[in-house]
Design a protein around this ligand. Structure first.
Ligand code: GDP
Length: 480
């Protein structure tokens, strides 16, 4: 519409500071170039020129090695015949396999892409799940989907800890060394990974893994923070991301563009419910464990945290509210996302039944309340993605500790979140929430001792900007 083009003219930055290539047709994926004009405020975080040049070089490499090319055919032949053909100038690949919920998937996809960027590999994406209903192609003139007729796609469920080419298993069995490099390896980076699996990125392990033409990864973790522990990667990473807590923010905005179907859901909801407000607050309520559902102590925590942090006004009596009568009261829209509709229902009633002390008008919205996680059901996943994007469009955001869904939303939006601590038992935690100084996601299950064999070492104390996560009682690693 004319309105849109006017807006992008004034923001003048549909390529987000050169982060995006101009080589795509706009209509095929409206979110790619329209996104910046949609975000009311342009991101204050600019990608480094070095990141931009890395991305342009990556696009060239992907086009040269991607599906359909001679190089890809040859590499696939070698895979089928299980023969090692050296690594000189050949194309090397890393195949991402989907695991767990949408937030987890987005985090690992981004981690694998950064690893590919660092090691000059081509990322290929397993499309057995509904990923193509969620995201557009990110690289021009080629495809990032692992072709369905690939021998890897055909045995996608066979990649697990017991698989003979699982890296950690091979290390444990002393079945791998630099004199016998396998043509492919499987990396298992899940919650049940052993240290041997998790150490794949360390310098010693990389000297061998780097030579392997095909890597296949199944992961549910944001393993980005640990890449800084490899002294070979570290100087490069510092150059690419001079501002350390912007890694996911930039990479996700480069890589992930919702399909027109999902973007339609985002823009319709935004225009119908959120666009007119003076200010938007996002609240994501994720309930882990049992019992799940509506829990009074969680509701109390949401209200307590948002009021104490002055994100939502206190309630007033009818008498008090007379002082604050204004002809044009400030309108605050609150976007709640949760599997359970009760949280927004209660909040909505609170602000309907009584006036706010500040005189602000508070409207509360919740797009869906699916009750049960239904990963791999197309419309369910599309709604989840639309909600993640809607949350990212708010001005302030409150998310639930440990939730990757929340991590993606705040990081994408360039927002430093208020994190609601995870309750233990049926009581509201004290303190209820904390403002994080970093907009990076947390890696929940890193190596406890870094790349050193020294078990006494604390991985959160090796580098000043790599510390334990603020939303976990102990452990985790996050860039600050
Ligand atoms: P995490 O489990 O909180 O780390 O987040 P994930 O995204 O990995 O997995 C949770 C899944 O449950 C999501 O992908 C959705 O399928 C569903 N889900 C959880 N919370 C919400 C929500 O607020 N809105 C919607 N639409 N779906 C949700």
């Amino acid at each position: 519409s004319t309105n849109d083009s006017k807006e992008s003219e004034t923001t003048g930055d549909k390529l987000i500071g050169g982060l995006l290539t101009a080589d795509f047709d706009e209509g095929s994926c409206l979110s790619r170039y329209k996104k910046t004009s949609f975000y009311r405020k342009a991101s204050p975080y600019k990608p480094s020129e070095y990141l931009v040049s890395k991305l342009r070089n990556y696009e060239i490499l992907h086009k040269r090695c991607g599906p359909g090319t001679e190089a890809y055919k040859e590499a696939t032949e070698h895979f089928v015949h299980d023969e090692y053909y050296g690594s000189n100038g050949e194309c090397r690949y890393i195949v991402w396999i989907a695991s767990d919920g949408l937030g987890n998937r987005i985090l690992t996809l981004t981690s694998v892409f950064l690893y590919a960027l660092l090691t000059e590999r081509i990322i290929l994406v397993d499309q057995s799940k509904d990923i193509s209903d969620l995201f557009c192609e990110p690289f021009p003139g080629t495809s990032w989907f692992l072709p369905l007729d690939s021998p890897i796609a055909k045995q996608i469920y066979g990649y697990n800890k017991e698989y003979s080419r699982c890296y950690g298993t091979m290390v444990n069995n002393q079945a791998i060394n630099s004199t016998s490099i396998p043509p492919h390896l499987y990396l298992h980076i899940l919650h049940d990974s052993r240290d041997e699996d998790k150490m794949f990125f360390c310098r010693k392990d990389q000297s061998l893994i780097d030579k392997v033409p095909w890597l296949i990864v199944r992961s549910n973790a944001y393993f980005v923070p640990t890449l800084w522990l490899n002294p070979t990667f570290q100087p490069e990473l510092i150059k690419i991301f001079p501002q350390k807590d912007t890694v996911f923010h930039h990479l996700a905005r480069y890589l992930l563009h919702p399909t027109n179907q999902v973007w339609g859901m985002v823009t319709r909801y935004y225009n119908a419910q959120l666009s007119r407000a003076d200010e938007r607050l996002g609240i994501q309520v994720r309930v882990f464990g049992k019992p799940a559902g509506y829990l009074q102590h969680v509701m109390d925590q949401v209200v307590g945290c948002t009021q104490r942090e002055k994100l939502l006004p206190e309630l007033a009596t009818q008498e008090e509210s007379k002082v604050n009568i204004s002809k044009s009261p400030k309108l605050k829209a609150v976007l709640v996302t949760s599997l359970y509709p009760e949280y927004s229902d209660k909040l909505k009633n609170m602000f309907w039944e009584r006036p706010s002390l500040t005189g602000e008008i508070v409207e509360v919205f919740q797009p869906s309340g699916e009750r049960i996680q239904q990963t791999n059901k197309k419309l369910h996943d599309q709604k989840a993605l639309a909600e993640i994007y809607l949350l990212s469009l708010t001005d302030n955001i409150v998310t639930s500790a440990r939730s990757t869904f929340g991590y993606v939303a705040y990081s994408l939006g360039g927002l430093k979140p208020w994190l609601l601590y995870q309750p233990t038992g049926l009581v509201t935690p004290d303190p209820q929430c904390v403002r994080s100084p970093s907009m990076e996601p947390c890696f929940h299950t890193p190596l406890s001792h870094g790349c050193e064999a020294d078990w006494g070492k604390d991985s959160g104390k090796i580098l000043p900007f790599l510390r334990h996560c603020d939303d976990m009682i102990y452990g985790g690693l996050k860039l600050y």
